[in-house]
Design a protein around this ligand. Sequence first.
Ligand code: SF4
Length: 391
Amino acid sequence: MDKNEHQEEITSPKHVYIHIPFCAQKCFYCDFAVFVWQGEDWVDQYLGALEHEISRVLDHQPLPRVETIYIGGGTPSLLNESQLERLFSLLARYFPIRTPNHEISLETNPGTLTPSKLEIIKAGGVNRISIGVQTFHDAILKRIGRNHTAKEAIHAVYMVEKAGFNNINIDLMYGLPGQEMDHLLSDLDQVSQLPLTHLSAYNLKVEENTHFGRWQREGSLLLPGEELEAEMYERIIEKLSSIGLEQYELSNFARPGFRSQHNLGYWLNHRFYGFGAGAWGYLGRERYGNMRALIPYIRHSIKGLPREEILPVTEQEEMEEMMFLGLRLTEGISDSRFRERWNVSMNQIYGVQIEELTNKGLLEKKEDRIRLTPMGRFLSNEVFVAFLQEK
Ligand code: SF4
């Protein structure tokens, strides 16, 4: 990206994130801004607030030309048909200008989709569906607080395919309580039989303010342990690669041509609009976070922008972010990209760190790129920390 493109990228973001915070129940590991479903009335009020927020940001500006819209949650597929129609007419009003290869994703959970909802979702322009599967073992699903079965997850994938979507992601998790290698291997076998173009595989992270956080403090959460988790990660990479899902980011795998364009925008540190309770956005030189709780978000959106946090991003921070977000990508970061943005080579700024991490076997150089080695992928946090500069 040259200077002019960068300027344009800063002033007119091409990515939009919309948060729909409703879920049927809260999974035991979940730390997202989520509101347990208490009737459709709340959703109607929320959609009204979302409209206020979007119009406040965009009403007096030229409409953005968007490359990606990501409708995440929460469980956007919990919305009923008329609420989905309302959401898509809002998007059509504020984001009608879309690039030819635009990507519009919607997150769903098994058990919440119907053929007629999928028809509305398709007519609304969505061309990529993501399904929260996590595992195909009912006992583990129960243990992590999911409210669907493996059979419902498989059914959801085929229902989405039948509705005419040809870009389908599932989320899987590993490192779950009671999960053994055999469970994971049979999950991967099941994956190989499904019509998927993309898969995200996340290891369980225990967050403090969750059921799992509490159970871990009490000593009642039994996890597989780091060693087994590392082996699981390795097997996931091997197996997915053998069925044509190539790793392109630490947790993401895709068939050729099906990388998530929206998430690539994050890893390339592009600006993006974030709308909805608990959503984050990155505009100009600021990252902002919206109010996470539903009622304050709704109230504040009516009066003004529902911001809870505004964090200025200095040039130094942007440079650091470029390094640790870019290194998440399998292809790593090229010196030419770094130079285009900063007018200086990566080596001039980070030569010492690159040398040290290469000597430790965590980074490797290939042509004008640096990227994580397989060991670096396991110890990625150690690598990322090295790129924080002294303030
Ligand atoms: S479905 Fe997703 S967003 Fe909702 S509670 Fe579970 S993990 Fe959180």
